[in-house]
Design a protein around this ligand. Structure first.
Ligand code: DX5
Ligand code: ZN
Length: 228
């Protein structure tokens, strides 16, 4: 599996958003992660489709990866796809027909992803694996950047990787999001994660490109050691 690093725009300096988006593009990152919050599914509001459009306008070649923390992602996913989202992730705990919502995302030619809160068991997403391209394990309670990594999620990452391998979903991307730095990224990689979202850790770096390269290298090594 390819290791990928995705800076989360939530941690950017909002006074210089276009420059921050360019900084991600120039860092060698694989995608820009955009966190969409509705103050209902999570206790915070962030931004909407206009931010996805801005990213497309500023750096058209930077992949736009959208994480919907919404009670009704089925109602809004189309607007984010219209705005330029190339992957749309929804939560398995959302108040909608998850199967239909994933199908609707794929029907627009966009990659679909399913996200779990830290408290949700990995088996909750097993029935949906044929309908999603990637799974995101939240390693903090969704809603805010800058929180501490929850190591209790690690066994679930291994459980899903083993289940996916056993059931023939060998190309499933497994992603982690929340409290990711060099050390926690390596722990997740050793448990079978291959994609890493990092907000505050990467944006606080004076040289984001060097940090992205180092995180990728460390995770590639650790992923190789993951015992399934
Ligand atoms: C939290 C978001 C994360 C957040 C991560 O609800 O899903 O993407 O930006 O921020 P850090 O890396 O600072 O924990
Ligand atoms: Zn996120």
């Amino acid at each position: 599996m390819k290791v990928q690093i995705l800076p989360s725009l939530l941690a950017a300096d909002y006074g210089h958003l276009a420059d921050e988006i360019r900084r991600v593009a120039e860092s060698g990152s694989d995608a820009l992660h955009l966190d969409i919050m509705d103050a209902h599914f999570v206790p915070n509001l962030s931004f909407g489709p206009d931010m996805v459009s801005l990213a497309q306008r500023v750096c058209p070649s930077l992949y736009r990866h959208v994480h919907l923390m919404l009670t009704r992602p089925d109602v809004y996913s189309g607007r984010f796809i219209d705005a330029g989202a190339q992957t749309v992730q929804i939560h398995v705990e959302a108040d909608c027909d998850v199967w239909a919502a994933l199908q609707a995302i794929r029907a627009r030619g966009v990659r679909s992803g399913l996200v779990l809160r830290p408290q949700t068991s990995a088996s909750a997403l097993f029935p949906y694996l044929p309908y999603c391209d990637e799974v995101l394990f939240m390693t903090v309670n969704p809603g805010y950047g800058g929180q501490s990594f929850m190591s209790e999620v690690l066994p679930k990452i291994r459980e899903l990787r083993q289940h996916a391998d056993t059931c023939g979903f060998n190309s499933l991307d497994i992603m982690v999001d929340g409290g990711i730095n060099f050390e926690t990224a390596v722990q997740c990689a050793a448990h079978g994660a291959n994609q890493f979202v990092a907000g505050s850790f990467l944006f606080k770096q004076s040289d984001m490109g060097a940090a992205v390269a180092q995180m990728r290298e460390r995770c590639e090594k650790a992923y190789g050691t993951n015992t399934r």
